[in-house]
Design a protein around this ligand. Structure first.
Ligand code: PLP
Length: 462
């Protein structure tokens, strides 16, 4: 009988260039995090060993993408790289018109300004920080219509990113369809732990919105990861390619905003893609004001080329399988150590459940912020708070939001770290978990006005 009980996956690439990592002492890190106001965003990246702050713009580009960087057509207008990007967005996402932007929030700014009027409501499957802020700055009010299970870190539903159609119908009945310019559909849902939305749900949302003349705009930043989950989990999709599934998802929407810094394997870039010609015309004139000409949108030609090529690589089944597989590997390690994490494991990150990690620290003393600081001190691994600090305050009342989920995100950059780095990470988290009763929490000593998690400062409770 064969002794082989499993067949592992491996990264579908080999490494051509390396960047050395720097290790520091515990004493050094205690100093560094104090100087950074106990905010991992404010650490010097040189002081970080394994950087799991974000998977945004931190991917390793391929030789094919780097070769494309040398093919940058830096003409002020009509760059050939723009046309290559346009061709690939049309081919892989299926939208008619493309407006490049410097990153995702540039596209969110444009679409929010164009579609939202003062007093409008924008329902969505959980908020994303920059997306909601742009909706609010345009006079809209975000309404969370994600299914309740998304707020429960222990629920094992396969599609926790789904929209609750009853919540959407109730909102339409309450405020009227003319007060809802569009439904903001995220795929996957970052703030819920990278949870996917099902194809069935997207189809149903489309049907309901069509009935009421409401548009559907997708945050497609992580839609390739979402497509992969549909392939793995939804009936009828096992034999479709990720690329085919992505096209179908987009077909139920009117357009998308995109941060190329995630799925698309580039260090900078984004776009707005849309089917409606009038919206396109409006976006084309606005982008000139805020980003640059409509054929570069704040990007160099080489950046657009890298993103055009990144699309081709992002939708490859072996790539996306290894990408999500690495995240799942780390999740399995942590579960073996008994560490409380959000389940099922999402597409881009492991989310530590800080409420269960530190049940003795009240949300006003920032359990997730505390955990991120402790993890850095233990090993130099950098993570990100996704809890009460990130949730910020209600712009109207000035009161703190108290999100149900109080999480620390360990985000895995694409094609950057190895399985051994995942082992080291799991061991450090387990160590911090063992010492959990000694953590006391933090108080905020400086709070910026917008997106406070980036620059807020803290000090330990005495
Ligand atoms: C990163 C991100 C954004 C914003 O994109 P930027 O490129 O950082 O401006 C929007 N939505 C989601 C889901 C994201 O992950």
């Amino acid at each position: 009988m064969s002794k082989i009980t499993k067949r592992s996956w491996a990264e579908p690439y080999k490494i051509k260039m390396v960047e050395p990592l720097r290790k520091t002492t515990r004493q050094y890190r205690e100093d560094a995090i104090r100087k950074a106001g106990y905010n991992t965003f404010l650490l010097y990246s040189e002081d970080v060993y394994i950087d799991l702050l974000t998977d945004s713009g931190t991917s390793a580009m391929s030789d094919y993408q780097w070769a494309g960087m040398m093919m940058g057509d830096e003409a002020y207008s009509g760059s050939k790289n723009f046309y290559h990007l346009e061709e690939n967005v049309q081919k892989y996402y299926g939208y008619k018109y493309l407006i490049p932007t410097h990153q995702g929030r540039g596209a969110e700014h444009l679409i929010s300004r164009i579609l939202i009027k003062q007093g409008d409501y924008v329902p969505g499957n959980m908020y994303f920080t920059t997306t909601r802020l742009h909706q609010e700055l345009s006079g809209g009010q975000f309404v969370d219509i994600i299914i309740d299970e998304a707020h429960d870190p222990t629920s094992l539903l396969p599609f926790k990113g789904d929209i609750d159609l009853n919540k959407l119908e109730n909102l339409i009945a309450k405020v009227g369809a003319d007060k809802i310019p569009y439904v903001s559909v995220a795929a996957t849902v970052n703030m819920a732990g990278g949870q996917p939305i099902s194809m069935k749900n997207m189809r149903d949302v489309r049907a309901l919105c069509s009935k009421h003349g409401i548009k559907v705009i997708m945050d497609a930043t992580r839609a390739v990861e979402n497509a992969y989950f549909i392939q793995c989990r939804e009936d009828g999709y096992a034999n479709k390619t990720t690329a085919e599934i992505l096209r179908e998802m987009c077909s139920y929407t009117d357009g998308c905003t995109m941060s190329g810094k995630k799925d698309l394997l580039v260090n900078i870039g984004g776009f707005l893609a849309i089917n409606d010609e009038d919206i396109y015309e409006e976006a084309r004139s606005l982008v000139v004001v805020y980003e640059g000409m409509h054929t570069y949108g704040g990007l160099a030609g080489r950046d657009m080329e890298a993103m055009a090529r990144g699309i081709e690589e992002a939708v490859q089944d072996d790539h996306i399988q290894a990408r999500v597989g690495q995240v799942e590997y780390l999740g399995a390690q942590l579960q073996e150590y008994g560490v409380p994490i959000v389940l099922p494991v999402g597409g881009h990150a492991i989310y530590l459940d800080a409420k269960r990690f530190y049940p003795h620290i009240s949300q006003d003393n920032f359990p997730a912020q505390t955990l991120a600081a402790e993890l850095y001190i233990d090993s130099g691994i950098r993570s990100m708070e996704r809890g009460i600090v990130s949730a910020g305050r209600d712009v109207k009342t000035g009161k703190n939001y108290y999100p149900k989920l109080e999480l620390v995100r360990l985000t895995i950059p694409r094609r950057v770290y190895t399985q051994a780095h995942m082992d080291v990470t799991a061991e450090s988290v387990a160590e911090v978990y063992e010492a959990r009763t000694r953590a006391k929490g933090l108080e905020m000593t400086f709070e910026p006005k917008y997106l406070r998690f980036f620059q807020a400062r803290f000090s330990p409770i005495a």
